[in-house]
Write a protein that binds this ligand. Structure first.
Ligand code: GLC
Length: 468
């Protein structure tokens, strides 16, 4: 077993991204200076924690079609059950989520300690959750609800001080002729249609629906979106076609967009899905997106919810590796947030209310071995040495403090080696009085006398105040 120190130098400042000559249209990442990039990414790096919202027509069948439970993630039911376009579109007149409250959803995100929200404006099923002139298959024109939830969320996010972003399925569209349709789980993204009504020209789909809708999303919601979250690029998305979208994005110089546009554009952020990279992504901004149960879109019978302990320790693990956590909720067809999801978010918020200083705007760990090590014997799926995570503690850093988030409370003393700074004092963040703890430092080793019991069963933060 050997411990790999990692990502210490992560992103204090952005390394210049080499202009890519395969980009017919240079993207902002190709042209901006490192200082400009740092300014553009600053709020996002400070935020660390965001809410992903998967909500749409698929919340009506909620995982069941023709009385049969359809396996797989809820938002893929049309593809997983090969539902004909006309049958799927017939869901729209039944969609009337009068239980939807933008105020309550933004307030929930805020109470959870989340700093931004990314909602599905259009998912692979092609249904627009906003008022779109480019396609009448949208929530205002095709449903009795007739309201634009993105407009209401934008107003509330503005009022409550959160950032709002839009997920947009630029490539896959299962109800628009020519839209791509990749079989789930098959990473060889070649389109296969199951209904003649889906056949058509991809470029025509982009020019008549996707690009006009992206224009609407980028100009009808005030200063938002702050983020565009693309998804599942396929072979259809050539650099030339992607370049046309980039030309649009370049008109919004503060916009942040991810690595899933396609056409060889890297975007701003790596997006590991449903996992936490063992050692982060040194030199890249990254965001781990994750479900609370096993589906993004609401499924009535999916109750396999992760514990609040797991979700909080994930957030801390991700922050200690310099990443963001985009944690998903899947409202039901009434627009209500499932109780198991809101409860966990409120519990996470309670912890962050006391310990947020150790997460927001912090830098990654100065250590590394605490996260685990590569196994000398076990191999991962790719046959490489498997990374075995350890879950005793994590660490995050600020200019004059080292935070130790302790999961497994040691008896008596907490010992730390290779401390690259002089430690001047120690206390527990959850102790409002910040009562000084007995501290000894010899060379780069530190010992801190701890009280018998942890102050928080999920994670108790030990603060080491340091001087250069
Ligand atoms: C995958 C799924 C998609 C989901 C996305 C979230 O790409 O296909 O349904 O929205 O992950 O990360």
């Amino acid at each position: 077993m050997f411990a790999a120190p990692f990502c210490n130098a992560q992103l204090e400042t952005s390394p210049p991204i080499p202009a890519s000559d395969s980009h017919p249209v240079p993207a902002i990442q190709d042209t901006e200076t490192a200082a400009q990039r740092d300014a553009r990414m600053a709020w996002w790096r400070e935020a660390r924690f965001g809410m992903f919202i998967h909500w749409g027509l698929y919340s009506i069948p909620a995982g069941t079609w023709d009385g049969k439970d359809i396996s797989g993630i809820g938002e893929w039911i049309m593809n997983n059950a090969s539902i004909p376009v006309a049958d799927y579109k017939a869901l729209a007149p039944k969609f009337n989520p009068t239980g939807f409250s933008a105020h309550d959803i933004v307030a929930l995100a805020k109470s959870a300690g989340m700093k931004y929200i990314v909602i599905t404006s259009k998912h692979h099923d092609g249904f627009a959750m906003f008022d779109s002139k480019a396609s009448d298959f949208n929530i205002v024109a095709a449903t009795p609800f007739k309201r634009d939830p993105l407009k209401e969320l934008a107003e509330e996010a503005r009022k409550q001080g959160l950032k709002l972003g839009f997920y947009y399925s630029q490539d896959q569209d299962w109800t628009a002729p020519g839209g791509a349709a990749a079989p789930r789980g098959n990473h060889d993204p070649v389109t296969h249609h199951w209904d003649k009504a889906q056949d058509g020209d991809f470029a025509n789909y982009l020019h008549t629906k996707a690009i006009p809708q992206l224009k609407e999303l980028l100009s009808n919601y005030g200063e938002f979106p702050a983020v565009i979250w693309f998804d599942t690029p396929t072979k259809d998305m050539t650099p030339q076609l992607a370049g046309e979208i980039v030309a649009l994005l370049n008109q919004h110089p503060n916009l942040i967009w991810n690595n899933r546009l396609g056409g060889s554009y890297k975007g701003d952020t790596e997006t590991p899905e449903q996992f936490i990279p063992p050692q982060g992504y040194p030199g890249r901004d990254w965001e781990s997106c994750m479900t609370m149960n096993d589906t993004w879109g609401f499924k009535s019978y999916d109750t396999n919810f992760k514990s609040t302990e797991t979700l909080l320790r994930n957030l801390i693990d991700i922050a200690s590796k310099g990443g963001n956590y985009l944690l998903n909720i899947g409202p039901d067809s009434h627009g209500r947030v499932p109780k198991p999801e809101s409860e966990r978010l409120q519990e996470m918020g309670a912890w962050l209310k006391v310990n947020g200083e150790a997460i927001y705007g912090t830098r990654p760990t100065l250590f590394g071995a605490e996260a685990g090590a590569l196994s000398a014997t076990e191999k991962d799926k790719k046959g490489a040495p498997k990374f075995i995570s350890a879950w005793d503690w994590r660490s995050t850093t600020s200019p004059d403090k080292i935070y130790i988030e302790i999961f497994n409370w040691p008896k008596g003393t907490f010992h730390l080696d290779k401390v690259p700074r002089k430690v001047t004092s120690a206390y527990l963040l959850a102790d409002a009085a910040h009562k000084p703890l007995k501290l000894t430092q010899s060379g780069d080793s530190v010992d801190v006398q701890l009280p018998a019991k942890a102050l928080d069963p999920i994670a108790t933060v030990l603060v080491l105040e340091t001087s250069k």
